[in-house]
Write a protein that binds this ligand. Structure first.
Ligand code: PMP
Length: 316
């Protein structure tokens, strides 16, 4: 499908954070034509500022823009815009070890459109917010419930891209789970209703002995950048890794379960509840494999270990 207009993404400008003006008939407001990304900047002890694989976010945005019928910036334009925004907000980046600057790029159909069609104009805006470390004192396990009624995505839909509507789709199940004391929801596939998909905003992995398994990317789950990185880290540490269908039975029989995402990095799962049955995992909910992968990735992202993979972009 052809998008109606290609914007020149190079003419960006910095503005103070505040409300933005949009037509009431903007594509994003009426037809959900919007995509976002999420990444973090860390302050290193030598004063430098580090980004983790920002070109991966650029490529994922590109793939999503194609699906949502929007033009997208080039990888270089995206990375330059992120760098400029971070540098302009340097004073908000927490000191080393005290958190990071969360970066939210949002690509949207900002032009007015009344009948259902791609918007005639597009805007990429990037805003930031300082965030604390997700886990303040050691890793804290999360408790998930398997959702059997509602689905986050269906084959052929938009579940594989980071479009805003996917997040509206999870609000109901997530709020209900939180009201019952769970941390979040684990979704199943919408066809056979027995294979794992992902959590509302993270990917899921199971561990059995030396084997680490995660649902394969097949259009209904988000190709997480942390997921992809953890697979490489795990392989480099001698684990066997498989990307394939993972059934609920296999999940309930795992030694450890963990989730991955930009916000949580690696988050151990302490328990899973499925159809009234609760299964617990790990050592007090924090398995050794989850702990090892969390430490490896966080020290790399914070610039505390050597960047052998070439994943870190230094801003200064
Ligand atoms: N799945 C969903 C639905 C998400 O929103 C996220 C967060 N971006 C992830 C997985 C994890 O992706 P990443 O590791 O790139 O943050």
């Amino acid at each position: 499908m052809k998008c109606s207009q290609i914007e020149n993404f190079s003419k960006g400008e910095l503005q103070c954070f505040g409300n933005i003006e949009l037509s009431p008939s903007a594509g994003i407001l009426n037809y959900g034509q919007g995509l976002f990304e999420g990444l973090k900047a860390y302050r290193k002890h030598d004063g430098n500022i580090l980004l983790f694989r920002p070109e991966e976010n650029a490529m994922r945005l590109k793939m999503g823009a194609e699906r949502m019928c929007m033009p997208s910036p080039s990888v270089e334009q995206f990375v330059e815009a992120v760098k400029a925004t971070v540098l302009a907000n340097e004073r908000w980046i927490p000191p080393p070890g005290k958190g990071s600057l969360y970066i939210r790029p949002l690509l949207m159909g900002s032009g007015a459109v009344l009948g259902l069609a791609p918007a005639p104009e597009y805007t990429l805006l990037i805003y930031v917010s300082p965030v604390g470390n997700y886990f303040k004192e050691g890793l804290a396990p999360i408790n998930l419930i398997v959702e059997t009624e509602m689905h986050r995505a269906t084959p052929g839909g938009t579940g594989g891209v980071k479009t805003i509507g996917n997040y509206a789709a999870v609000l109901k199940a997530q709020s209900a789970a939180k009201a019952k004391g769970y941390s979040d929801v684990l979704y199943l596939d919408s066809v056979q209703k027995r294979y794992l998909e992902e959590v509302s905003s993270c990917n899921v992995f199971i561990v059995k002995g030396n084997l680490i398994v995660t649902p394969a990317i097949k259009g209904t789950i988000l190709p997480g950048i942390t997921r992809k990185s953890i697979i490489d880290v795990a392989l480099s540490q001698g684990f066997q890794v498989e990307e394939r269908l993972v059934s609920v039975d296999e999940l309930l029989d795992a030694d450890e379960v963990f989730c991955t995402g930009t916000a949580v990095v690696v988050s151990p799962v302490g328990s899973i509840t499925h159809q009234g049955r609760r299964v617990t995992y790990g050592n007090d909910g924090v398995g050794l494999v989850s702990q090892q992968l969390y430490s490896t990735l966080t020290s790399l992202q914070m610039g505390l270990s050597e960047d052998k993979m070439g994943w870190i972009v230094e801003l200064k």
